[in-house]
Ligand binder design. Sequence first.
Ligand SMILES: *[C@@H]1O[C@H](CO)[C@@H](O)[C@H](O)[C@H]1NC(C)=O
Ligand SMILES: *[C@@H]1O[C@H](CO)[C@@H](O)[C@H](O)[C@H]1NC(C)=O
Ligand SMILES: *[C@@H]1O[C@H](CO)[C@@H](O)[C@H](O)[C@H]1NC(C)=O
Ligand SMILES: *[C@@H]1O[C@H](CO)[C@@H](O)[C@H](O)[C@H]1NC(C)=O
Ligand SMILES: *[C@@H]1O[C@H](CO)[C@@H](O)[C@H](O)[C@H]1NC(C)=O
Length: 376
Amino acid sequence: MGVSKILFLCIPLIIISSATTASSGIKAAYWPSSSALPPSAIPTSYFTHLFYAFLQLDPTTFQLLLTPPDHHLMPAFTSSVSPAKAILSIGGQAADSRIFSSMSRNPDNRAAFIQSSIRTARAYSFDGLDLDWEYPADPQQMADLASLYQEWREAVDQDSLASAKPPLLISSAVYFASSFFLPGDVPRTYSGDAIGLYVDFVSPMCYDYAGAWQPNFTGAHALLYDGSSNVSTSYGIATWKGSGVPAEKIVMGMPVYGRAWRLEDPRQHGIGAPAVGIWQEETLGVMNYSAIVEFNQEGNATVVFDNDSVSAYSYAGTDWVGYDDAISVEYKVKFAKAQGLGGYFFWALGFDSHWELAKAGTYPNPNTPTLFVFSK
Ligand SMILES: *[C@@H]1O[C@H](CO)[C@@H](O)[C@H](O)[C@H]1NC(C)=O
Ligand SMILES: *[C@@H]1O[C@H](CO)[C@@H](O)[C@H](O)[C@H]1NC(C)=O
Ligand SMILES: *[C@@H]1O[C@H](CO)[C@@H](O)[C@H](O)[C@H]1NC(C)=O
Ligand SMILES: *[C@@H]1O[C@H](CO)[C@@H](O)[C@H](O)[C@H]1NC(C)=O
Ligand SMILES: *[C@@H]1O[C@H](CO)[C@@H](O)[C@H](O)[C@H]1NC(C)=O
């Protein structure tokens, strides 16, 4: 008793810790708050971390904006998903990236955002905060993002000390590769050092490699391997591992949706076959996995698993869709484990068919034959 009292008195009053190492085996998914799937229907046993997607920032005060539905959906979410961790995600593809660049450019703006995010997370009993800024546009914005990560970490540690609660987790959704070298674009690189020090994990969005912006050829939009280009999940993960971010802080993304085209000639139906535009224009060529399963069954589609890219596609007549099925999810999860990654995440909850892909990630079928996918 006496000894522990003395030790207690020796502990410094303020301890700024570095980010805690993300525990291995993260199984995460984003839940769009506009989803028809109520939080109470999320099968939490398939997941360890669930993201509430998304809140936005006020463009002048940089405080979090809550819409009327958020006020009741956030408590419903955080009370439903336990024991999975509830993480409040900010931003997303539809967010205006200029708001994030203005926020992160200036220390006062960063502080306003950070304090608002922590207050909101605590008020609604979230376990963590996630930033999905798509994307920092140049090296200055990447440096500002690194400052934000550092100050966010310091504030989260101070909040933990003051509240005597475990620190909020900090995570961030990021580009599929740690550097961007797109033609005609400004080259930029995430700060792997800042992420390693201050962020619990990053979530590379390993999908959307092909889509409506490339209407003349079919594409496997989330392929694991591509022999002819660097636009693949294996390449993106390799760049993240080479960036200084510890492997166990990398959480690989997988899509619960496909991307669809109209074939020019139904007899040419492979990946990269000539197309005359996207199919399913009303959703910009995006088909959720449950719609794909329905198309495969009701459309009498031919389903192909492509061993070389580790992806699935199906076609009927001139309708063609490329996607991840249960088998590609199983292989990707094996790949993530073989690479020592922290885990995986799905975009998004509600797109699955009878939780087939969620199950494939969590409980891979032991009878699935092993392909020689790790030799490439
Ligand atoms: C697709 O093909 C059309 C017609 O040949 C052409 O005008 C267009 O530039 C092509 N689009 C792309 C993105 O290559
Ligand atoms: C892929 O990236 C590597 C290095 O990261 C580079 O040497 C190579 O030229 C790239 N290949 C293509 C096809 O862009
Ligand atoms: C489904 O497709 C197969 C092979 O393409 C064909 O033999 C069969 O007649 C089709 N069935 C229906 C109901 O269209
Ligand atoms: C999935 O796609 C189908 C067909 O487009 C649509 O009716 C359904 O609402 C979609 N589900 C979700 C969760 O977006
Ligand atoms: C893909 O791999 C599986 C398992 O090794 C094998 O049964 C199948 O024939 C392969 N398919 C192709 C098209 O190579």
